[in-house]
Write a protein that binds this ligand. Sequence first.
Ligand SMILES: [Cu+2]
Length: 292
Amino acid sequence: MKWFWCLFFAFWPIVAIALCWVSPSLGWWFPSEAASPLGRRIDDLFYMILLITSVTFVGTQVALAYALFRGASDTEPEADAKKAWYSHGSHELEVIWSIVPAFVLLFIALYQLDVWAEYRVKDAFPRDKMEAVFESINQKRSETDSLALAEVTARQFEWRIRYPGFNEDGSLKPLMADPQPTDLYAVNDLHLPASAPVMINLRTMDVQHSFFLPDLRIKQDAVPGLVIPIWFEAERQQSYQLLCAELCGWGHYKMNARFVAESDEGFIEYLRQLEREQNEDRVDEVPETDAE
Ligand SMILES: [Cu+2]
């Protein structure tokens, strides 16, 4: 039996390594290829952590197989029967396997600081690139105006999106913290310029939701009472999935929306389209009713 158990515990790490090896090429690992530069760096962090845990897993499995083999050998009928002994453990070993993981975790914490800062710390946001977008879409703003191009408000069970409206001279207004009469609205359909960092303000009207763009590796909780800025950069002009990643109630599945990354002109055209729809006067289309 000793060989069976040794091979049994040696078999699983081999299966795990084989699966890890083929998973990326079969698309089993990530939802899709990362569609943003920051997304690729987050993927690299995932792979780095996967490598560390894989090495640890294989190491512990090999140690387990060895211990089983040794223990089984000692109980073989032909071997000199050894008396069972009680171990109080090894102080040195315990110190080693506490300090090594502590250093590994410290290394991971320091190694990911840059990505975390760029992603989450407001002062590290790529402000210059965002300002180039404001110029390109002709948005008139002052230094103190929000960098956000839209406000996304989650509620049970949809995403409500508020964009700034246009000035008389055709330029785009900045997004104000409070709703303005000229603001433009959409539901479950977020449009923003592609190929440059863009920022939104995230909030929620009721419970906690989570703004999730799987292709861009963006996930941020929407917390009641907070306005949370998030930025992302879609490399290609296409439609991406926008999901809620927090089980927020019975209709959680309905918060399946889309994020369309498009050209600067396409974005402005989309806002103009919203403006036309919002200002359309359909009074004359109301069918005449028979007066009594
Ligand atoms: Cu939700």
